[in-house]
Design a protein around this ligand. Structure first.
Ligand SMILES: Cc1ncc(COP(=O)(O)O)c(C=O)c1O
Length: 389
């Protein structure tokens, strides 16, 4: 047989997905596994959004929509950015995609040429570096330090800029660290981007999930940044709509035009009735989002308080998203071994810190997008197992 793609074979599969799958298999085999590996809201999609989709399907809203998105959804996204982010876009700067992940993929396709370098702040979401490699470009890790609260500074960024650097990729609120970048940190990103004429790709998928008065700021709203920033967002996390696959990018016109071309020659569009439901999500009542965030907040507080009582586990503040990135302070085991032991001995599925790059080593990510019941079980088991690790 002829060889298959060398490029694809060089890219690892997602460790998060592997841990979720292993947890599911153990559960199916009758074991009482608590799954804290998945980055997925445990809530059902709010009723009014479901109903908008039912109505749309029954009304025959089942044909190809415009490839770049339905006009009413483009308008809703423009209004959302004005309302929440202080950003002014015209509808032709938006591309609606099947999930934020595809928006990131499309943005990378537009922004990168082979051999370009992309600064990726580590710990980093598992998919960025493989996606960059699939565009024949190079992810360059900018390691952030747990001891410094995973803060980003202009010095750290500058130290990794080369003549091939094209893009800085950022994610705030952050998966996996739970950090929400401050204005000063975003200004540091903006400063380096402008100094070196770089683009910024800002993944804002966790924007609404913030705690303790932390506020998400879109880097595109900083002076001089609108023309060099691609903003990515979607409905998966805030509206508990992971399975619906709906995201978008908002970009300078030239970038959006090429991204639209890319979409016509790849996935074509996001599903038609899902786009109608997305209008209901964005333009409808927003209390559902606040209610889910309040529930995450209660779980976050419970988990932070409980872990504080367990010697050998340390967590920084969780400012946003629904992850607790805990450091194991009393063991020499690496994070993969720790995650495996937590699963085998404690029946808790987690994601090892190494999945998020070398800067994540020594940590394990716990998702608290899980029921309080499950979190209580996990804490009991952790209290027993951590001292033995
Ligand atoms: C940081 C980050 N960006 C993007 C996504 C993907 O979002 P979507 O479901 O809209 O593709 C995820 C999902 O886990 C994520 O954690």
């Amino acid at each position: 047989m002829k060889p298959l793609s060398e490029l694809l074979q060089s890219v690892p599969g997602s460790l998060t997905a592997a841990m979720v799958q292993k947890g599911r298999e153990m559960k199916a085999a009758g074991l009482n596994v608590v799954n804290l590996a998945a980055g997925e809201p445990d809530f059902d999609t709010p009723r009014h959004i479901q109903e908008a989709a039912f109505r749309a399907i029954q009304a025959g809203d089942t044909h190809y929509p415009p490839s770049h998105g339905k006009p009413e959804l483009l308008e809703a996204i423009v209004a959302k950015h004005a309302r929440d982010n202080g950003l002014t876009f015209s509808p032709d700067q938006i591309l609606v995609t099947p999930g934020a992940k595809w928006a990131i993929y499309a943005a990378l396709a537009v922004l990168l040429n082979p051999g370009d370098e992309v600064l990726v702040l580590e710990p980093t979401w598992v998919s960025y570096s493989p996606m960059i490699r699939l565009h024949r470009a190079l992810p360059v890790s900018v390691p952030l330090e747990a001891g410094e609260g995973f803060r980003v500074t202009s010095e750290r960024l500058r130290a990794h800029v080369t003549p091939r650097t094209q893009l800085i990729l950022i994610c705030s609120p952050n998966n996996p660290t739970g950090r929400v970048f401050t204005r000063a940190e975003l200004e540091a990103v903006a400063q380096v981007a402008q100094e070196h004429d770089l683009y910024v790709l800002s993944d804002e998928i966790y924007e609404h999930i913030v705690y303790d008065g932390h506020r998400h700021i879109s880097p595109a709203s900083l002076p001089g940044m609108a023309e060099r920033t691609v903003t990515v967002n979607g409905l998966s996390k805030a509206y508990a709509m992971t399975g619906w696959r709906l995201g978008w990018l908002a970009a300078p016109l030239a970038v959006a035009r090429l991204a639209r071309r890319y979409q016509t020659q790849s996935v074509t569009c996001a599903a038609s009735f899902v786009q109608t439901a997305a209008v209901a999500a964005l333009n409808g009542p927003q209390e559902c989002v606040a209610e889910m965030v309040a529930a995450y907040d209660a779980r976050r507080r419970f988990l932070l308080d409980a872990l504080e009582e367990i010697p050998g586990l340390e967590s920084g503040p969780v400012e946003g998203a629904f992850y607790l990135f805990a450091r194991f302070t009393e063991t020499d085991r690496d994070s993969l071994a720790l995650s495996q032991l937590l699963l085998e001995k404690g029946l808790i599925a987690t994601t090892p810190g190494i999945a998020f790059g070398r800067a994540g080593e020594g940590h394990v990510r716990f998702s608290f997008a899980a029921s309080m019941d499950d979190l209580e079980k996990a804490v009991e088991r952790l209290a027993q197992i951590v001292p033995q690790l």
